[in-house]
Design a protein around this ligand. Sequence first.
Ligand code: ADP
Length: 143
Amino acid sequence: MATETTLILFKPDAVAKNIVGTVLSRFEKEGFKIRALKMMSLSDEILAEHYAHIADKPFFPDVRSFMQETPVIAMVLEGEDVISKVRDLLGPTDSKEAAAGTIRGDFGDKGGDAKMRNVCHASDGPETATAEIRRFFHEGEVY
Ligand code: ADP
């Protein structure tokens, strides 16, 4: 097992539903440590970079608008195997397919926006995590 860091974004649906604390407490209960935390509005530029892998998809403009509905809360979490464990805690991208007990299963959209309004972003691997932490935080903001 390796000590890793990962980048989490609490998306606008989590902010609007007042469930940021509830979800964050699930991460803390796993023993993961907060290394950085801040609220920020996401520009078109940062979203184009962050979502470069879906930029050519027809749903990308909707994702960009969604991610700008409210500021998001960005966080760096540290822990043993935190990258894959947080992805497991979240469940799959489509909240309708996410099992009860997972964050997306419990709090994600269950209607037509189930694939988009899915509570949190979390890095999917060590290289992505390093790049994403740099994208959202200055060096001095990560403790
Ligand atoms: P994940 O965030 O689970 O790693 P992806 O990287 O594939 O998923 O997609 C990035 C984000 O784009 C998703 O979290 C979701 O908000 C949105 N998204 C993905 N697929 C769709 C889709 N088919 N329709 C609408 N939004 C989507």
